[in-house]
Design a protein around this ligand. Structure first.
Ligand code: FMN
Length: 135
């Protein structure tokens, strides 16, 4: 990705669909590890056993194409956009990582009163920092 290329940063929360179990997460990790670096997408995906929270950061077209695929993926439901920023000022996330967070960590984003925008981004980064992450 060049510095002139528009960048998109996108953070969302979703729920594992009832028809799927933990095995879905493993398959999602496999495809993410393969495709995200190839597309220049960095960020992180965390899972608490029931909910996903994912930050995507990269070239606008590539991130938007992934958002479109996520929108039709039946393994999760109830997608809520927590933060979306074209040409974000924050420095890009380095690399791609994933991990498991505590059962209550994602509660701060839940419901209409949940954190949104830059506050949500900051909270997500804090959760990632405190979680057992791998790449
Ligand atoms: C919670 C969640 C997170 C996902 N994250 C990614 C991701 O970071 N990168 C990716 O390529 N696919 C991700 N996927 C899978 C995509 O929705 C899609 O299945 C995959 O990219 C393959 O798309 P295709 O079969 O249309 O080529 C995720 C799916 C879910 C449910």
């Amino acid at each position: 990705m060049t510095s002139t290329e528009p960048r998109l940063q996108h953070l969302y929360l979703s729920h594992l669909a009832p028809a799927f179990d933990f095995g879905a997460f493993k398959l999602i990790l496999d495809v993410s590890r393969l495709r995200n670096p190839a597309a220049g997408i960095s960020g992180a995906l965390i899972f608490d056993g029931e909910r996903f929270c994912q930050l995507l950061d990269g070239p606008q077209a590539a991130v938007q194409a992934l958002i479109d695929r996520l929108g039709t993926d039946r393994r999760h439901v109830g997608l809520t956009v927590l933060h979306s920023s074209a040409n974000p000022t924050a420095k890009p996330q380095q690399g791609w990582s994933n991990g498991y967070c505590g059962a209550n960590d994602l509660d701060v984003f839940a419901g209409e009163d949940g954190l949104r925008g830059e506050a949500a981004l900051a909270a997500f980064m804090a959760i990632v920092a405190g979680s057992d992450m791998s790449d």
